[in-house]
Each structure stands twice: as C-alpha cells, then as structure tokens.
Design a protein around this ligand. Structure first.
Ligand code: ZN
Ligand code: ZN
Ligand code: ZN
Ligand code: ZN
Length: 224
C-alpha cells in the first residue's frame, strides 16, 4: 500500500496518515484554540470528540479527522459525511455501534432506530463504529473516537480538522494520472482514464464520472 498523506486544517502542514493523529494532539495552532477557549470562564465548555473516519477496506487512503461536540447527533455526523464524501442521490444510510443500528430513514415496521441520538449516548473513547451509505452500491466507512477534550463549541457545530490529499489514481491504459472513470469498464478492473485515453475510449461518455477525493469516487452518480 502506498503511504497516504494529508493536511492539518489548523497549521496547513502535511503529515502521513499515521502521523496525523499524533500531530493533531500536539499541533500548537489547534492547542492554542482549545486552551483559549478552555481558559475563558464565561464560555460554556463542552466535551469535544476527535473522530477519525476512513474507508473500511484495504484502500483506506481516504480519511477525515473530525471535531464534534459530544452533544451533536449521529444525524449531524451523517450529514457531514454526506456533504464532504458521499451524497449522490439521497440514498439511505446507517451507523452501526456494536450490535445496534441507527438508520437515516428508519422503517417503523421493523422498529428501527433513527439517528437523532447524541454521540455521547452511544459512543465513547476508543470505540470503533461503522457507517454505510447506499445499501446497493455501498460505501463502507469505519470510525473511531481517538481523543476527547473540553473546549468551546457551539452545539450544532462539527468540523473537519484534517483530510487526506487526493490519492494518485493511475490511468488503466497508460502511466498518466486518471481524471475520469468509466463505470462500464470499472466492473472488469479497468476504466480509469487520463485525459488522452478518455478521448479514445470506446464507451459512451455518459458512463464517465470524474475522479474526486472521496471514497465514493466512481460509484453510482457521485461527482463530488
Ligand atoms: Zn497542525
Ligand atoms: Zn447514487
Ligand atoms: Zn491514459
Ligand atoms: Zn469503458
């Protein structure tokens, strides 16, 4: 597997996937913000979770570090994942925490739970949990809370604090970087196209999707 790199949103420096968790715990820009807010007695403190989300397979070159108040809901986390990574045509999604499932649109006949539940009610430090978007062409994510801090954060605010750089996807037919994916050919393990090969490609352009920085690149109608 290639080494994956990404950027810290506080200091804009680049770190490896492994190094980023450690860096964020010691990033002076981030700590300044956390300390200023925790020193100010007039601001109400909340518990803030540091969450890592990544694609749940061998190709986990797509990853996000997220800061979320413990009072935020699974629904808000679902919305954030949809906004930056997943949303193509409003598919259903779910979170799995141990044996419990939480659905974006629960089916009452099956007594399914919805996502309007606070993170602190179902999650805790170092606990792994899972997310699935689209029960047909599913994008699988795994998530984990790697640390908690006390600081100032508005109830409904949740933010990305680090993200992977776009992993290189090479053209299936030459050695240039791919910019488009032919979803027709992707089934047979090919179909990544550079600009030149895209022009010569035999399939209809309607089958093409752009290469985007998301674990859902090339899936369903996802265009970023
Ligand atoms: Zn930093
Ligand atoms: Zn779709
Ligand atoms: Zn090519
Ligand atoms: Zn094709």
């Amino acid at each position: 597997m290639t080494n994956s790199y990404g950027k810290c949103y506080f200091c804009k420096r680049t770190f490896s996937k492994k190094g980023m968790t450690r860096h964020l715990q010691s990033c002076s820009k981030r700590n300044n913000i956390l300390e200023t807010s925790s020193a100010n007695k007039s601001i109400k403190k909340v518990k803030i979770f540091h969450i890592i989300a990544e694609r749940n397979d061998y190709l986990s070159d797509y990853w996000l570090h997220i800061e979320a108040p413990a009072t935020a809901t699974l629904e808000e986390l679902d919305n954030l994942l949809r906004d930056v990574w997943l949303e193509c045509c409003g598919h259903l999604s779910l979170f799995r925490v141990e044996d419990d499932l939480y659905f974006s649109e629960p089916d009452e006949n099956w007594e399914q739970e919805d996502m309007r539940i606070e993170l602190s009610n179902v999650l805790s430090l170092n606990k792994k949990f899972y997310h699935e978007y689209d029960f047909g062409s599913t994008t699988y994510l795994k998530l984990k809370i790697v640390s908690e801090n006390d600081g100032e954060m508005k109830d409904s605010s949740m933010r990305i604090i680090a993200r992977n750089d776009p992993p290189p996807i090479m053209c299936s037919y030459c050695d240039k970087p791919a910019t488009e994916i032919c979803t027709e050919c992707l089934w047979s393990g090919e179909g990544c196209l550079c600009d030149d090969c895209a022009k010569k490609h035999k399939c209809s352009r309607e089958m093409f999707l752009p290469v985007v920085n998301s674990p859902r690149t090339g899936v369903c109608g996802y265009t970023g």
